[in-house]
Design a protein around this ligand. Sequence first.
Ligand code: ADP
Ligand code: ZN
Length: 672
Amino acid sequence: MALLDETPLLPARHLKLIEWASHYYHHPIGDVVFTSIPSLLRKGKAAIIKQEVIWLPTESGRKLKPENLSRAKKQLSILQFIKQHQHGVSQTRIQNEFENARNPLNELSVKNLIEKTTPATEKSDETVACQKDKAWILKPNKEQQNAIDKIISCSAAYQAFLLNGVTGSGKTEVYLHLIRYILESGKQVLVLIPEIGLTPQFIERINERFGDSIVTLHSGISEGERLIAWLKARNGTASVVLGTRSAIWTPMPRLGMIIIDEEHDLSYKQQDGLRYSARDLALIRGQREKIPVLLGSATPSMESMKNTRDGRYQELLLPKRINNAKLPDIQIHDVKNEKMYGAISQYLLKNIKQCLHNKQQILLFLNRRGYAPVVMCHDCGYISQCPRCTVYMTFHKHNKRLHCHHCGHNKRLPNTCPDCSGNQLIDVGHGTERLEETLAELLPEAKILRIDRDSTRRKGSMQKMLNDIHTGNADILIGTQMLAKGHHFPKVTLVGIVDADRGLFSIDYRASERLAQILMQVSGRAGRGGTPGTVIVQTHYPEHPLLNKLALHDYTQFTDLLLEERQQTQLPPFSFQVLIRAESNQQEIAIKFLNIAKTRLQTAAQGKLEIYGPVSAPMEKRAGRYRLQLIIQAGNRQTIKKFLTPWIESLDQLPEARKVRWSVDVDPQDMI
Ligand code: ADP
Ligand code: ZN
């Protein structure tokens, strides 16, 4: 093997973290290394940074009046974008921001409005001070200042903090002040955000303050960009790394703080391969590097709430919205027996009309994309079951196909029933596509925007829709959870939760926690611009205690209820779990493997562990394979660890293990 790099790719401290993860998650160390480095490095690319092209406005570019480029809209937008950055912008970043940017860039350069440079030497961040301009005029309020001071006073040692603040209470502003402090002390900051939370608004806000000392790492960048960002972080030339889950693996030589926004978010847990939790790893990393770790959320996870109660985390509260803006009024609306227009109750419709009349925006939340979640035959009862999974296939009207959202299987919607050839196929239930159609019929004048994974597939389309929302070029926003988090829509005053019932009754004990989180997050979108907001929650179970606690905005009381329940039932966070999953296209084979495994563990553990199963996973079959699981539970991590490590090694030797696909999930978040 050729020697590609002269300096070691991963610092020793980082290798230790990898070792820890390999051990804790029972995952082969080679694979952990692979997961944790950019894929181009895995393929043998040398770890050096190619010189980047930086674009700067020329003198005439600076002076140009927008009217003079009015017929070249894209060139104008790009020029404006470049002008916003005094040190110029890299070509990569422009291409991230604008689709097909190459031609307009050439045009602008031919017109002598912009020019290229390459940085002579990389700026070291000691010289990259924060932008000192108007962005910092917001003075932290008392609660924010208190949080900032507390954290700064512990900045030379490990301490976990939970910044528990309602939506719009100024958490992000606290992060920004802390980042500034850490940068000014010559250190680096790692900021993790959820997959969906990486909103352009957030990036803009952070860019505005820290300009080019930031690199971002998320699924939207190319592998080349990822490598450059990673190297800059590792070399210490980037002071802030802003990224989703996998950014936790970025080596940073002068790391001074880790911030995790929306710490309760599920996307921090990887659900396949190395099933790590970026939040938990951040805490471990913080302990080892002796730096503070800040977790922020309006709806903290039960794990973090318990850790706070046990005194392991320091809790910092931001109980009020900035400028005492009112939290929205949450109305639990009983839809039983009410006249419905598709998925919309008469009451919700009346409120929507009122908002439209007042020229305010409306956000309708429905976490189900597609047209109808199932298609059924009226004659024989046929149902559009996925042939490979135990779920129904969703009807998507725009391409007239049935899609399985779990395995990707899809097919044309048949004209007649596949079972009885009858022609009475009916689509049942409501997805975002259908909601859009219903509203377009009811309110032909309204401008409706649907924002889900289907409508935002094309690069730049999300950005365009967000622009439409902000410029008022949209009246009704229909969205899945993509819209629930992180965004700031000042003109939205009414939020409708179209269907709250699905989350109330589920076999997964975490479902109520998730429902609460999503309800609070979506509600947090309402009334941020000064006009108080209203949230209408459509349900058939208005007396449900959970909904009622939430209507009072009392997440703490809700937490009390839920933690009490979890304690009584000895479920996490009052116990620790490991899930062993086994999949096979023959159910018996998976059962046999798990039974043998279970017997071995029972013999070894002598009653010190609780072992449940084998049981079918909630989704019994997926992509043609039966899925079964063993749940192993104990009151503390050490007990699990002690018995699991030798046991898992012994399983590898079993001939039955070779016949199934099996995996270990430590601290599982999702039973599916
Ligand atoms: P969160 O992250 O908790 O939702 P943000 O930090 O986004 O809250 O703050 C909500 C809004 O309040 C933002 O528009 C922000 O600019 C503004 N804001 C935050 N802190 C202050 C402050 N101290 N003074 C004035 N406005 C503030
Ligand atoms: Zn399927």
